[in-house]
Design a protein around this ligand. Sequence first.
Ligand code: PEP
Ligand code: MG
Length: 744
Amino acid sequence: MDADLTRPSDAKKATSNPGQTGTHRFGLSTLEDVTNIILQSEDLLETLQNIVNRVSDRMQSEVCSVYLVEGDRISLKASKGLAASSVGTTSLAIGEGLIGHTAEIGDVVNLRDPECHPKFRFVSGSTEERLHSFLGIPLYDRTNLLGVMAIQTVTARKFSETEVSTLRTIAFQLSSVIANARLLDSIHEQSSLIPNASQIGPGEENPGFLTGSSVGTGVCAAPAFLYQKAMRKKEGETTAVYSDLDEREKLQTAIEQAKIDTLCLQRLVSDQLSDKEGEIFQAHLMILQDRHFLEKLEEKIAAGSSANHAVRTVIADYRAAFERIRDPYLRARSVDIKDVGKRIQFALTGVVSDSPIIEEPSIVVASDLLPSQLAILPFDKIRGFVLESENSNGHTAILAKSMGLPTLFDVTNATRLIQHGDDLILDANSRRVYLRPDPQIMDEYTRVISEQESSEENLHALNHLPATTRDNQSITLRANVGLFSDLQSAKKFKAEGIGLYRTEFPFMVRSEFPDREEQYSLYRRVLETFPDHPVTFRTLDIGGDKTLPYFSNPEEENPFLGWRSIRVSLDHPEIFQTQIEAILMAAPAGNAKLMFPMIISVEEFNQCLAIVENAKRRLDNQGIEYADLPIGVMIETPATVAIAKYLGENADFFSIGTNDLVQYMVGADRGNSRVSEQYQPLHPGVLGAIQTMVEVASATHCSLSMCGEMVNDFRILAMLTGMGVKEFSVSAPLIPSLKMDLRD
Ligand code: PEP
Ligand code: MG
């Protein structure tokens, strides 16, 4: 056989144990035990050993073993029944013996009299001749084979279907434990190899300038404000909720709280989605129980850190280690570490989201900024952004652009090379940020910045003129708005209304769902800001890169292809209908329109219309005033273009969301700068879809506008106008220059 067999000393005891004979009993109790073992163990080998002990007892099998794949071999890692000396030393080629055979075919092997099987390999000196049954179950992490669990008994028998199915479930649980433990192992390896981020100090050679990919245009000069550093400092100052405890006790209490929160999240996600999604939190629990992780935290505290600081730095080290892992799947799991860190910090500080204090005009430098983090920054103090992350078409970028601020993404090592307070010049036109520039560069840019300011003034002079082409066609230029500050700039740049009001942004800057009254006053205020022009409210579009800190979004492999936007709203009619009621209630204050994002079918649109009708009925019953309003559909997927003529039967207008339409048409993630070459708004396929929409809108008597960020250049605006699109909603700071070029 595949390994040495010891005398099965406790076989008799197991057989004579009453109450353990039924396979049903075996199934339930063993699964419960295994779950407990998994929850309580912190070390993979210990977990495996505990599981094989328990399974072999409950199965009344003389042998239960687990083998794990290592390169092109499979090695014995834990066994009940095989000699202890063979654990860690027995290794087989894939395809060799019955274990190697199970691994090779990747399926269950269930044999009575295994010695008759052609793959059976007899190892001389072993006592395997005593074993007359074999059950091999492969262990998988998704499609990757992790190993094999094997059961062997002295009695010749074939395992029943119930036994096989229970063991498959155990194998499934075991697989996720193994995958997560490997993940932790690779973190440990990585984190011991690399220097701690906090050890890389200032004083490295100034590279002169750094480059990135730019969003928006323009130049600015200001000192650097290191966002993550400031957040760390700020959180260090936060009054801890356990203020009467010392740092070590605070940490322990927060970790216990984080475990409870994680279990609640797991339950919530399992109930709302599926156990598979809930399993993500199993990995989080393992991290929270991981001995190395806890030791690192304690070491930091022993060295004088606060609990908060310890969590920050250890999480940062782990994340840095993750970024270095080659395997893209493992690398992407760094979000798990980030999430665990956040949960401990929330438990420590009792805050859900917070913003650093920025008192002076600054260029914000950060490794990454989530849209929800950016949304709560003090905009009047920010001159530009320098970010290490790559998300140049995502919502962080959209917000930065609508603030009219020069922004660079994808700036490698920015947070390491730039120190808090360093003088910076950020030139989004040439995609460079200059660090501590010398006087000549500074002088040159002072001149450029003053020219920029005077040309902005010239553009403002155009504000009162209409957007009319030289051949006298009227074009409507509205603004895309997410935050109140966007509203101010939409006013300032004389937008002819709001073509896209992203309602999710006000949701992002809160710590809980705003209720109907709160939403109503918000929407009313927006309408009152534009009393003479239309304001199009788009219902919640969360998911993708927009998450709410208080709403549990599942970790998904492809969030932009996942549970986002209208899918979330339709799955939560209570949230959705409340929002629609608030919009209907605000509608009498102005010229409101309502549109739904990411619709892909007539059924979805009809469901939305039914919810609008329910909302009206409810308001009627409550005697609350509201106004009817035009209802439209966003065109954001190729499928929506294809069925637009049917949607047009019940819609009043279409609004093309090119940010998503482009990504779904060309199959290139809007937030991934590695595929920015493939993200082609001018792809003939995209232009064909827009042309189709012009025709469908005319045939169905729906009005048509475009609210994606595709129009960031006059030439594109001119081309689309020529194709028949006459209404656009753009980032407000672009309006004056588009208008000037249009009129020229
Ligand atoms: C779009 O997809 O073009 C759009 C306007 O929606 P968002 O950018 O908010 O996804
Ligand atoms: Mg969109």
